[in-house]
Write a protein that binds this ligand. Structure first.
Ligand SMILES: Nc1ncnc2c1ncn2[C@@H]1O[C@H](COP(=O)(O)OP(=O)(O)OP(=O)(O)O)[C@@H](O)[C@H]1O
Ligand SMILES: [Mg+2]
Length: 271
């Protein structure tokens, strides 16, 4: 018998319904079409796609924010949209997210300490001392320190603030983190440092990731499996980078050419 996947997405379709001005009928646009894939415990699925492909929409469907009109999202075997209260609480705790914009993900009036301890307050009964200790551990774990406890978001760089967001996301030792363009606003050097951190955390805590990005290099450096989303369809999935490079799909070729063309050493390979 096949082992149960941590996350199982089955035939999911999603459309944003919106009212057309002066018309009584709602128009709906299918943004996700019949999407199926799974993520195993401890592994990272890189979801690649160009802008507007539906990546963030899929992220929100998985996070329980946008209920799909069709299909199912199973987390640890439970349908997240039809779960009882207890199960819901459990998957909410085990399923975290880090988004692209580190500043808008935090409350500007809260200190790093209160940002990171928020999930602990919601889910765990800790004394003040225990909570402080946990937050310091988390800060250090993401490359910051006790000195940062009382700082406000505007006192951090974008990269540091993304580390705070990561600390908050791992505070409850979740099973899966949805990373939606989490490193995309950062410069290349900071990007690779954060990717390194994410790789370490994945190994140390046995985390699984859904790594959403338009950046092939970033996806390659962290993913165990890759999928390409194009116009709402998951057109291909790969178990290795080699498979991605061998793909004959025109959309995948276009993506590939765009990174190869970026580097002079690779330019000749594009012809
Ligand atoms: N709230 C919304 N209402 C209506 N349409 C939406 C909404 N959010 C997204 N869309 C549409 O859904 C499609 C997919 O958007 P989505 O944000 O999921 O793409 P994406 O792959 O994340 O793009 P990007 O790489 O630019 O973040 C787009 O055509 C977009 O215009
Ligand atoms: Mg997006």
């Amino acid at each position: 018998m096949k082992r149960m996947s941590l996350l199982q997405v089955t035939e999911v379709s999603y459309s944003y319904n919106f009212k057309m001005p002066l018309k009584s009928k709602n128009r709906s646009e299918n943004v996700l079409q019949d999407i199926s894939f799974s993520i195993e415990e401890g592994s990272c699925l890189g979801l690649l796609g160009t802008s507007g492909a539906g990546k963030s929409t899929l992220g929100k469907v998985i996070l329980g924010i946008q209920r799909p009109q069709q299909g199912q999202v199973l987390f640890q075997g439970h349908d997240i949209y039809n779960a009882d209260k207890m199960t819901k609480r459990k998957w909410r705790r085990n399923l975290q997210a880090v988004f692209q914009d580190s500043y808008s993900s935090v409350n500007p009036r809260m200190t790093a300490e209160s940002i990171i301890s928020e999930p602990l307050e919601n889910y765990e009964k800790l004394t003040l001392t225990e909570k402080r200790k946990a937050v310091i551990f988390l800060l250090e774990r993401v490359g910051l320190s006790e000195k940062d406890l009382k700082k406000y978001p505007h006192q951090f760089s974008g990269g540091q603030l993304q580390r705070i967001n990561i600390a908050r996301a791992i505070a409850l030792k979740p099973m899966l983190i949805v990373l939606d363009e989490s490193v995309s606003s950062l410069d290349r050097v900071t990007q690779s440092l954060i990717l390194e951190l994410l790789n370490e955390l994945k190994a140390d805590f046995g985390l699984s990731y859904l790594f959403i990005t338009h950046d092939i290099k970033a996806a390659f450096s962290i993913s165990d499996h890759l999928g390409v989303l194009e116009k709402g369809e998951l057109i291909e999935c790969y178990d290795s980078k080699a498979q991605f490079f061998e793909s004959k799909h025109p959309a995948v070729k276009r993506m590939r050419d765009s990174i190869l063309a970026e580097h002079p050493r690779h330019r000749s390979l594009t012809v």
